[in-house]
Design a protein around this ligand. Structure first.
Ligand code: FAD
Length: 505
């Protein structure tokens, strides 16, 4: 008999771990509180529109590809990937907007036209970013973060200084480029890592390689196509799914979880992988004496921002918008302080607009525009409908101002989603959107551990553990935890699976 593995949640990391383990013959079931697979990468359809509810930037396509290749598949078995050109557009203060070309030569020309000498600097900067990306992706990101000893390796140590772990992204960028617009373009990618560019180690300029060299991609049909692909792959490998099944409790015997329980049912299990938000499973599902971390620990973590999201439908095309649009037309420092230093609703926020119907006709009625708006906000804020309406109004005013296109009367669909929705839909700690900030103090061995120290058959995966937030890290997290699990498994006995207990370090 193969052992049963119960995975809580159906986010990317959970489905990825499930595929890897089912592929080795294990009996894997995913328990998901919501009605569909994908976690934060869910979708909904309404009024003729198909809205992605979470991620919209498809970066690091090789991470997705390598995962599919593990099973002899490729992304093209499941969806069509197109590279966006321009990758995105940035609106600055004043009347200016800049589109970031996919072509490198055009990119260098663009930089040079803004600041003399910056093309050569950008080329050098991107070469270094490519080196950091290679070392980061090959040496750092696959470390499970059990112990610092994992990093005691000559290649990694040698690269440590070159990777500028002790400097910040902001220092590096500002030392090379004086023009504020160029600085903003190069600092923007680390916003995905949930903190300010001056608090993120310069190693993460590797994100500029992902952005400007590897490019911005889009799966036709929407980002949910990726969730669907993982779901189909998992089914084909024998993974079972139980939807609308929130796990609220566990039975424990002799340092092991023996069953997981929803309000209605109990499911016996040999092993558990918690892919739901780590803090939720650790503090709200496990009895506190088995939790890995205390309430004080969680309260002292620096969370990545939450988001105020709007799903909007317009009955006309909005000229002037591209697929991805960054509205950096207000003061970033003030907004950043309102997220990180004195958490409050932003007075004059930056925001992001995604108009995927620019690339994809299938996700909106013909001639209509599908628009997703995101304002980063501090997690844990109090909110109400009036506040949401105020920010929607501001977004409309600024889109109209920047594009010169009247859109207010064309708004035919609107829905907001924010902190309380993140809590109720995903059990998200403080209503976070992207997990923990990737600051130096919360990196690698300093992240919440992927195993439970009090229970011998519980692992954790997802954006709150190694390697961090984002779709590619979630895909890596699922493989990392499955591989660690498999290291402790024994495939003797004519292919029957026999597990040893987890080995602790
Ligand atoms: C608005 C937004 C925009 C983003 N944009 C991008 C982007 O552009 N590019 C990018 O790379 N990343 C982006 N991200 C981040 C990315 O989506 C996440 O990092 C990633 O999807 C997290 O995956 P995960 O495996 O940690 O699981 P999650 O997606 O967090 O899924 C966890 C699942 O667990 C379920 N669950 C919770 N509690 C229970 C329970 N008790 N029982 C059963 N199930 C439970 C939840 O319902 C959920 O389905 C974005 C995220 C958000 C929210």
């Amino acid at each position: 008999m193969s052992k049963t593995i119960s995975i809580i949640g159906s986010g990317y990391s959970s489905m990825v771990a499930a595929c890897c383990l089912a592929d080795k013959g294990m009996d894997v079931t995913i328990y998901e509180k919501n009605e569909m697979a994908g976690g934060r990468a869910s979708k909904f359809e309404d009024g003729g529109f198909t809205f992605d509810m979470g991620p919209s930037w498809y970066w690091m396509p090789e991470v997705f590809e390598n995962f599919f290749n593990r099973f002899g598949r490729t992304s093209s078995d499941f969806y069509e990937l197109v590279r966006l050109d321009p990758g995105y557009q940035v609106y600055f203060q004043g009347d200016e907007s800049i589109g970031i070309p996919a072509n490198k030569e055009e990119l260098f020309e663009l930089f040079e036209s803004i600041e003399t000498g910056s093309a050569a600097k950008l080329e050098k900067f991107l070469n270094e970013a490519a080196y950091k990306y290679k070392v980061g992706m090959e040496e750092y990101v696959w470390k499970p973060g059990k112990s610092v000893l994992e990093f005691v390796d000559m290649k990694v140590l040698k690269s440590f200084m070159k990777l500028q772990m002790l400097s910040s992204v902001s220092t590096t960028v500002k030392s090379l480029f004086k023009d504020k617009r160029l600085q903003q373009i190069l600092e923007f990618p680390v916003l995905f890592l949930g903190s300010m560019p001056n608090r993120i180690p310069a190693l993460y300029t590797l994100m500029n390689h992902a952005d400007l060299s590897l490019g911005t991609w889009y799966p036709k049909g929407g980002m949910y196509k990726v969730s669907e692909a993982f779901y189909q792959l998992a089914l084909s490998l024998g993974v079972k799914f139980k939807f609308n099944c929130e796990i609220t409790n566990v039975k424990i015997d002799n340092r092991k979880i023996t069953a997981i329980e929803s309000k209605a049912e109990s499911f016996d299990t040999d092993f558990v992988i918690a892919g739901a938000d780590y803090q939720h499973f650790d503090r709200a599902v496990l009895p506190s004496k088995y939790s890995n971390y205390s309430e004080e620990y969680w309260d002292s973590r620096e969370m990545a921002p939450s988001s105020l999201l709007f799903f909007l439908g317009f009955d006309k095309k909005i000229d002037g918008l591209e697929h991805h649009n960054l509205f950096f037309d207000t003061d970033f420092d003030t907004h950043a302080k309102e997220i990180y230093q004195s958490p409050q609703w932003p007075s004059d926020p930056l925001f992001y607009i995604c108009a995927p119907s620019k690339t994809d006709e299938g996700i909106a009625p013909e001639g209509y525009e599908n628009v997703f708006a995101l304002i980063p906000i501090a997690p844990g804020l109090k909110e109400d409908k009036e506040l949401h309406d105020k920010y929607l109004n501001e977004i409309i005013v600024r889109i109209e101002k920047k594009t010169g296109c009247d859109i207010r009367e064309s708004l035919v669909y609107q829905k907001s989603f924010s902190i309380s929705d993140f809590k109720s839909r995903y059990n998200a700690f403080k209503g976070n959107a992207y997990g923990l900030a990737n600051t130096l103090k919360q990196t690698a061995v300093l992240k919440p551990k992927y195993y439970n120290k009090n229970l011998d058959n519980l692992y954790y995966t997802g954006q709150l553990t190694v390697p961090g937030p984002g779709m590619p890290p979630a895909i890596i997290s699922g493989q990392l935890v499955a591989d660690e699990f498999l290291k402790n498994a024994n495939f003797e006995n004519n292919g029957q699976t026999i597990h040893k207990d987890f080995q602790r370090v």
